[in-house]
Design a protein around this ligand. Structure first.
Ligand code: AKG
Length: 317
């Protein structure tokens, strides 16, 4: 069901409508898939995920963010770099915390319960179009308030800006083999994107735009309230625009399918998850999510084994 909802563009010029899936949406899984295919993103209301414990997630998020800022958690996204690998030195500030599920994070189980949440995985399966048995663990990170003014360039996550229009179209025509989402623990409107741009090459205006251009035609800010989840196609034309004075703790996850190829392996494994995922002792964990996690982790380890050294998407940026 399409529910009109006001979204203000980052220049406050024109309102847009986006699809918001709620508990009253008929066949919400199909509706979410249709919106994602059409617009390149979809917002799911917090009420769809009653098992998310926002208080526990906020407390855990706050602890790991403090550790990341003081240098005791080494897996961080550091300013001013946009893509991995990131140096482990937080002295210039951070904008993300990596590897929330790493077993050395004292709160990894709090995050695991949300990542392997049955309802979330049901949406992921519907959005990718695969069986639950094919779902593959990928990344669970967190995007946080940068320590000073910072923005990401306009980009597609896995298509370089140097790609020709034909190259862009070829990549965008390939079916999705993963789903990516932002789960806001606090209200968050940092994600800026151009709806529908995941289905076409960049327009001349987008191609000519300055990488940090404040406004490109038809862009919107995706406004999330705490507890809402936005799934988006990571090759949509997008950027992050951050307010360093406003708390941001937005869980940033992705899950794939075992049918994904080498391209996806690089996008995932360049973050280093392959280095520790195999060592996570899931036999020692308790909870209804554990069996799902074991299968998904196994498929990630297999992906790592098949792909070998993957390199980086944009090592120097
Ligand atoms: O901050 C965001 O929500 C967007 C992050 C992003 O574009 C990225 O990590 O590539």
């Amino acid at each position: 069901m399409k529910r009109p909802r006001k979204v203000v563009t980052s220049t406050n010029v024109q309102p847009e409508t986006i699809t918001s899936i709620t508990t009253s949406t008929t066949d919400p899984y199909t509706a979410a898939r249709e919106a994602l295919d059409r617009d390149g993103f979809v917002v799911l209301s917090a009420s769809l995920f009653p098992s998310f414990d926002l208080d526990a997630l906020r407390s855990a998020a706050s602890r790991i963010t403090t550790a990341a800022r003081d240098g005791s958690w080494p897996y961080i996204r550091t300013l001013p770099k946009q893509f991995p690998p990131w140096p482990q030195d937080p002295s210039h500030g951070i904008w993300g915390v990596q590897h929330l599920l790493h077993p050395s994070n004292p709160d990894h189980l709090v995050f695991a319960r949300s990542y392997f949440d049955a309802e979330l995985l049901r949406y992921v399966g519907a959005l990718i179009g695969c069986e639950q048995e094919d779902l593959t663990m990928e990344l669970y990170n967190m995007l946080v308030r940068p320590d000073k003014p910072f923005e990401l360039r306009w980009h597609r996550d896995d298509i370089p800006s140097t790609a020709t229009s034909d190259e862009e179209r070829q990549r965008l025509d390939k079916p999705a083999c993963h789903a990516q989402w932002n789960l806001a623990l606090y209200d968050d409107s940092s994600l800026v994107l151009v709806p529908g741009s995941h289905r076409r090459a960049r327009t001349p205006a987008e191609r000519a735009a300055d990488p940090y251009q404040a406004h490109v035609p038809a862009q919107i800010s995706v406004r999330l309230k705490a507890g809402e989840v936005a799934f988006y196609n990571n090759n949509i034309f997008h950027r992050g625009v951050y307010d360093c004075t406003k708390e941001r703790m937005t869980l940033h996850g992705s899950i794939g399918t075992k049918k994904a190829g080498m391209q996806r392996a690089r996008n995932v494994l360049q973050h280093g998850v392959g280095e520790w995922a195999g060592q996570w002792d899931l036999d020692g964990e308790e909870g209804e999510w554990v069996e799902r996690a074991k299968g998904m982790r196994k498929r990630l380890v297999e992906l790592g084994g098949e792909s070998g050294q993957v390199g980086f998407f944009a090592e120097d940026e």
